[in-house]
Design a protein around this ligand. Structure first.
Ligand code: NAP
Length: 336
């Protein structure tokens, strides 16, 4: 039987992975678009990629909203959420309510911590799969997806309760393996299946990098990661933030980072050599006057740590400063 996969949020990351899974004729891949709806409905997506070449992709179905997708009455095997995670602005779990049945696995390809919680609460009978990617993609114009570099994506089941039953575990693990297989068949050679605990460590490790680089790029007036890493004073700050997260996370997850995970020194040393000039996503959002993923990259890690009795003062300063900066910007917009 043909597998039905729906991507909710067909922007840079979502449309890239969707276009790879769609290489497999045994899978129907559909999308829910928003501002790129007209362009995608008319001409589909054009993908440019150094690694995969340039190609066009026409999704099986293109919807302009989740409610239009509900009307199609499809039993989705996977609903992949690849919107920006902005829980202070939109509870996206509510938007996909009519699309998720107990047989559906909801896959979250989003940065940040605690992104799974609203989905696990709203869909207690469905599997939640949590995914972290280091791929770099952009959508320079509606329907044009630019895959810049890297493809690695780690995916693991997310269990809301600390001891899920064996049947829940086994169903989630097989849905996870199947999704990884879809990506692998689409040419994503470094799609990796992880356990719940390992995936949470991967999330924390990426948070260490994002929480250090992203806010600092904005607060330092628009710096690239490379420029910050090559400035001794700023590099010391980045290392301080990363170390704070990397020492707190294992206490929260209950297992140490595997020795293969990069240290803060290794991350700074490789970032010093990254001459692509690319800007972190939070800086691009700030410069574009858009909402930043502050809550999932800074606020949630702080709150999750506090619940366990740990403070992360460097992260707290970055969060407080940027939250106020964003609030001031929005207040100025409202006065215009
Ligand atoms: N881009 C990367 O290289 C990269 C790398 C690693 C991780 N990530 C993470 O991946 C996630 C997605 O990032 P992204 O860069 O792909 O963002 P993006 O390009 O802004 O894509 C998100 C898409 O979701 C759409 N969307 C949001 N709300 C919607 C709604 N209610 N209905 C329909 N569509 C909706 C957006 O539409 P509009 O255009 O109308 O807003 C946009 O097309 C984020 O958590 C990000 O941190 C991104």
């Amino acid at each position: 039987m043909t597998l039905e996969v729906l991507f909710f949020g067909a922007g840079a990351i979502g449309a890239f992975y969707a276009s790879r899974i769609a290489r497999n004729p045994a899978v129907n891949v559909s999308v829910v678009c928003r501002s790129n709806y007209k362009a995608v409905k008319e001409t589909g997506f054009s993908i440019t990629s150094f690694q995969y070449g340039d190609y066009k992709w026409t999704p099986t179905r293109v919807f302009d909203s989740p409610s239009s997708a509900v009307k199609a009455n499809v039993k989705w095997d996977y609903v992949v959420v690849s919107t920006k995670a902005l829980p202070n602005i939109s509870d996206d779990s509510k938007l996909i309510d009519g699309l998720v049945s107990p047989k559906t696995a909801v896959v979250l390809i989003q940065n940040g911590l605690g992104v799974e919680q609203p989905y696990a609460t709203r869909f207690p009978e469905s599997t939640i799969l949590s995914a972290v990617t280091i791929a770099s993609c952009a959508q320079p114009s509606n329907g044009h997806i630019k895959h810049n570099r890297w493809t690695r994506i780690n995916i693991g089941p997310y269990f809301h309760h600390s001891s899920p039953s064996e049947s829940i575990k086994s169903r989630a693990t097989s849905q996870n393996a199947r999704f990884v297989d879809l990506l692998t068949k689409g040419g994503i050679k470094d799609a990796l299946a992880d356990t719940h605990e390992k995936l949470q460590l991967v999330r924390w490790h990426k948070i260490a990098i994002n929480a250090a680089m992203n806010p600092s790029a904005v607060l330092s007036g628009g710096s690239t990661n490379e420029a910050m890493s090559n400035d001794p004073e700023l590099a010391a700050h980045l290392k301080g933030v990363m170390d704070e997260v990397l020492t707190t996370a294992p206490k929260i997850v209950g297992v140490p980072f595997p020795s293969s995970f990069a240290t803060s020194e290794a991350i700074i040393s490789s970032t010093k050599k990254n001459s692509s000039g690319s800007k972190p996503s939070m800086l691009l959002d700030w410069e574009g006057g858009k909402a930043m993923e502050l809550e999932v990259i800074l606020g949630n890690p702080l709150r999750i740590a506090r619940e366990k009795g740990y403070e992360m003062p460097r992260l707290q300063s970055l969060y407080a400063l940027l939250k106020m900066a964003e609030g001031n910007r929005e207040a100025r917009k409202n006065k215009l």
